[in-house]
Design a protein around this ligand. Structure first.
Ligand SMILES: *[C@@H]1O[C@H](CO)[C@@H](O)[C@H](O)[C@H]1NC(C)=O
Length: 239
């Protein structure tokens, strides 16, 4: 299902490409300029309603981004122990290719495996799509867990990875990347204002606490001050 979405998501690129080829530069430029705000506007309209429901249906994600779960006020994500932030992305360098669907579906199978087996070490998964391609944001217990999962041939990563590597060597149609950051306990700042639980705040083992005391300021949340350095000249922290 995710793969189908990704495949359909590349359709606008194909349409723009065809329009570009079929018309003069000035006409196609006008069409593209009209098309982009239309797409963005449509997306924005459903950001808080239809999109979260579709997202849950397509990805099977446990992330509940529905607006009724909004936590009012300022909340900080607090957890004990180090953790890893893992960003992994892929990009279709071509306009339209059925292989993207296969890639997307492989990705969804991995997410499900990780969610069904929390012992593997993945704490949460969220998926995004933007102008630079597809992005999955994950939190992990440790780099060891992450690498152990990635290399184990019994898991749903190694097979598709080998396939993708083979494809990647053959052509430059598929772009992919990842970044992994090890975060030390207490050495980070994660704040959510009037948001449903997301990201680190929604990861297994995290708690969301009111931004009071040392959690009042950004430096305080990152363990550098006692929180009293909040920039009061900008606004009150007590809303
Ligand atoms: C690989 O994964 C399987 C299934 O989860 C597990 O039984 C096995 O112990 C793992 N192997 C290693 C080397 O971690």
């Amino acid at each position: 299902m995710v793969g189908l979405g990704i495949l359909l998501g590349s359709l606008p690129g194909l349409v723009i490409h065809m329009v570009m080829m079929a018309t003069t530069t000035s006409i196609s430029l006008v069409l593209v300029l009209l098309f982009i705000p239309l797409l963005l506007g449509f997306g924005m309209m459903f950001q808080g309603t239809l999109y979260p429901v579709l997202y849950k249906k397509l990805t099977g994600s446990s992330v509940d981004v529905l607006t009724q779960r909004v936590l009012k006020g300022r909340k900080a994500a607090i957890r004990s122990g180090d953790f890893v932030v893992f960003l992994i992305g892929a990009r279709a360098n071509n306009d339209f290719d059925p292989y993207y669907q296969w890639m997307g579906d492989s990705m969804a199978k991995m997410w499900k495996e990780l969610e069904d087996n929390p012992d593997l070490g993945c704490l949460s998964t969220e998926y995004y799509f933007g102008p630079t391609g597809h992005l999955t944001v994950q939190y992990w217990k440790s780099l060891d867990d992450l690498n152990r999962y990635a290399r184990n041939m019994s898991n749903k990563h190694a097979g598709p990875w080998a396939n993708l590597m083979a494809k990647g060597r053959m052509s430059s149609d598929y772009g992919f990347w990842h970044e992994a950051f090890e975060v030390k306990e207490g050495k980070y700042d994660a704040i959510y204002v009037n948001m449903p639980p997301i990201h680190l705040g929604n990861a297994i083992g995290s708690s969301l606490e009111d931004c009071k005391g040392k959690y009042t300021s950004a430096a305080g949340r990152a363990g550098k001050t006692d929180g009293s350095d909040y920039a009061k000249e900008i606004g009150s922290p007590d809303y």
